[in-house]
Write a protein that binds this ligand. Sequence first.
Ligand SMILES: Cc1ncc(COP(=O)(O)O)c(C=O)c1O
Length: 404
Amino acid sequence: MAEVDGIKPIYADNAATTALSEYALSKMLPYFTEQYGNPSSIHTFGIAAKNAVENARRTVAQAIGARVNEIYFTSGGTEADNWALFAACRLKKKQGKHIVTTQIEHSAVYRTALELEKQGYEITFLIPDTYGLITPEQIADAVRPDTILVSVMLASNEVGTVLPIADMAAAAKRYGALFHTDAVQAVGHIPVDVRGLGVDMLSLSAHKFHGPKGAGALYASIRVPLAPMIFGGGQEKGRRSGTANVTGAVGMAAALEESVNNLERDASHLTFMRDHLIAKLLTLPGVSLTGHPTQRLPGHASFFVSGVEGEPLVRALSDLGICVSSGSACSAGSGEPSRVLVAMGYEMLRRESKERAAPVRISLSRYNTLEEMDRIVSLFPQAIEIAREKTAALFSFDDTVFDE
Ligand SMILES: Cc1ncc(COP(=O)(O)O)c(C=O)c1O
């Protein structure tokens, strides 16, 4: 990575993606170079690859308290989320066409729900409070006899808030709806146990916990016979065809095992850095915290900065050697205001608002240090100043155009 003034940039955008751990890489390498067989082949190369995939499945299952036959490998969190929603529709065809989800979901759930709406499903999008929380009571009020699925994320990618999923799943059971949780930001960071949570389906993604990109899994309880998503050679018990991503599965399992084994140690290091950063940044004028003050992911700090647009702020920070994001990586590039923050009540994010303000997300990993937090704190005021000047220039130009 290019250095800024002879200093290595700080990577603090771990909710977007994480560095592959050396341990995971070391476990993956032999399956690129020596054991490159196709798990469906019956010779020794194929058997070695198949064993690797099945060992990975066992490790992933153990890490989240599932049975080995309840884990289906996917290409990541997006595919797992899509699969969960479409599978529930197929499975519960006779029960109804009502789905309950929330305004804070990642697009992988939110846009899938919008697609299902187009196909004739009725979707209830629950509105969060200002912390990004949804309550079990909201679920209990929303479910009906024709509700087939409730899908609520375990932890928010934008504001880091951790939601009370176990109580929500219990509330959803009233009329027999299935419960899915997008646990992509939670797995590997906080304890996740599918039985304790009482969920029917759960999505996870390797690149959020120092595994490789393009690998993930859907947990589906044995009570939930998943409808196939991809047709072909019959892999993943006929439910998700395609030659297995052997290195992806091996890397995901190794990264998850490492994260879960060190969960407490890493969480206390992350929480300490996060709280230090939050305390210091909140002393700056115009900076406020978004998300829940305590019920949040250990490495997640998110703020709202007044008088700036998100892009100039993220660029100014990047020029100073600090890599963070403005909201989620997926919506950050779109120029659209964050749907999640608007739903949480941040009305000034709407385009038509005269007030300028932007979210900024600083997401840490076990590889960050306290010295880096101090560097972020010391450079933040400079970045805000640069971004405020750029924002003001942008808007005086916009006004001129508008006046004509
Ligand atoms: C909450 C959440 N769900 C789903 C996804 C999508 O995961 P993937 O990048 O593996 O497709 C992400 C990634 O940003 C996420 O944060």
